[in-house]
Design a protein. Structure first.
Length: 284
């Protein structure tokens, strides 16, 4: 299993990294549309739609992304869109986690399908806008999520349940602990500090998410990192909830050794639009 995970990861990196660091964003945008469309296909399958409907789901999501690209939304959109997207993620996921697995299953399938396609399309648009702005901006947002996940894993393994004798979300993801979540946040703060130190000494086109948010002041900048880290954890929990409702371990087997596309993107789905919402905060 480990060997297969490594092979798949190296293959993905061999395709995605050249596209990410290319001089123009077009190649990365095309590849990311394919990934998001695959995620929409997985979403339809997990929510009980037919094979034909699942294929249509992927095509519909790709069409929405292409329409947004054609309309010029990859360079700029109104602030209200990201405020609405961020508010929707907070409100809907809070409702889902409070109601639990059974609460999600009572939603009509078509509503769940529409919600998934829209949220996936918004995540792609946020990713496209960040990449169009600069590689550094998009990569710094990615690294917030990755750092939170990696540090949460190691802190959870070492300290999970030993300090706070209560799981983070026992009915949705029994393996997650409060110690892990706090460790993930500490890792994000360490990453932000190191990244901004490097920005001061080395020139790299664009501005990182960290520097942009800290320009609002250290207090608001720290709050933004806490919020973004928390929502990345929520994204992971929400996908776990949907998988439990569907009775599956992975969203699909598209990525051997890793599961499905949504298993790799779950924490990024809320983090990307919320990062763009935070980026549009007016300075005071």
């Amino acid at each position: 299993m480990l060997k297969q995970r490594i092979i798949t990861a190296l293959a993905l990196l061999a395709v995605l990294l050249p596209a990410l660091f290319a001089d123009t964003p077009q190649a990365f945008l095309v590849l990311s549309i394919l990934l998001i469309a695959a995620g929409a296909w997985e979403w339809a399958n997990m929510n009980g739609l037919s094979r034909l409907q699942a294929v249509f789901s992927g095509l519909a999501c790709a069409a929405l992304c292409c329409l947004a690209w054609w309309s010029g939304w990859t360079t700029q959109t109104s602030t209200w869109l990201w405020s609405l997207a961020g508010s929707a993620w907070v409100g809907i996921t809070a409702w889902m986690l409070m109601r639990g697995v059974q609460g999600w299953s009572v939603w009509p399938r078509q509503w769940r399908w529409v919600l998934g396609v829209l949220l996936l399309s918004l995540a792609w648009l946020a990713m496209a806008q960040a990449r169009t702005a600069s590689v550094q901006l998009l990569l710094s947002i990615f690294c917030v999520v990755w750092a939170a996940d990696v540090f949460a894993y190691f802190f959870g393994r070492a300290l999970g349940g030993k300090i706070i004798h209560r799981k983070l979300a026992p009915t949705v993801s029994p393996g997650k602990s409060w110690e892990g979540a706090i460790g993930g946040l500490l890792g994000v703060f360490a990453l932000a500090f190191a990244w901004m130190q490097l920005e001061q000494h080395y020139e790299w086109p664009g501005t990182s998410f960290f520097s942009h948010m800290m320009s609002h002041g250290y207090f608001l900048g720290a709050l933004s990192l806490i919020f973004l880290t928390a929502m990345s954890v929520v994204g992971d929990l929400v996908e776990s909830l949907v998988k439990r409702s569907a009775g599956v371990k992975d969203s699909s087997n598209l990525l051997p050794g890793h599961g499905g596309v949504l298993d790799r993107l779950d924490a990024l789905l809320p983090a990307l639009p919320i990062a763009m919402m935070l980026m549009h905060w007016p300075k005071v």
